[in-house]
Ligand binder design. Sequence first.
Ligand code: CMX
Ligand code: CO
Length: 141
Amino acid sequence: MFMRIDHIAIACHDLEAKIKLFCETFELTVVAREINEEQGVKEAMLKIADGESGSSYIQLLEPLSPDSPVGKFLAKRGEGLHHVAFGVPDVAEAMDKISAKGVRLLDERPRHGSMGSEIAFLHPKDLGGTLTELVQAAAPR
Ligand code: CMX
Ligand code: CO
């Protein structure tokens, strides 16, 4: 069902400072910057590698407001790993299969994610405490 790890996401207070830190430390470049109002985040995607089934990234997230998911996470736990995202060929199909196994979906239907992707989140309490995202990457143009 999974093709690859699409990204790991890190929550931070200051996006620009963390972009600088991760790009300099790991010699990465920013391939996309976006504001996603629906998810309540300002974000950057740093490319790690390209693979046969798609690319992998570090996603850096700064909340747009304290009552957003990332804002609440920072207040409760501080900066750090927020979620892991798996690349799937078909996000709606993966949601159906995973939900049938009793794992709660946090989204009823796929939403818009970074770089034209379709995404859905799975409840951390049903997956050993890790917030998990499914990503169907945008079709190559
Ligand atoms: N990872 C692991 N556990 C988490 C978590 C996270 N990122 N965020 C919250 N939790 C835990 C909390 O610690 C809490 O556990 P306890 O009850 O044991 O204290 C429990 O989940 C409930 O947390 P809460 O603070 O009350 O927060 P909410 O229930 O309001 O929301 C969640 C939690 C996961 C349902 C919500 O953050 C959500 O829907 N997230 C999905 C959307 C999202 O995160 N978007 C931002 C990223 C966008 C992108 O990647 O593009
Ligand atoms: Co993500």
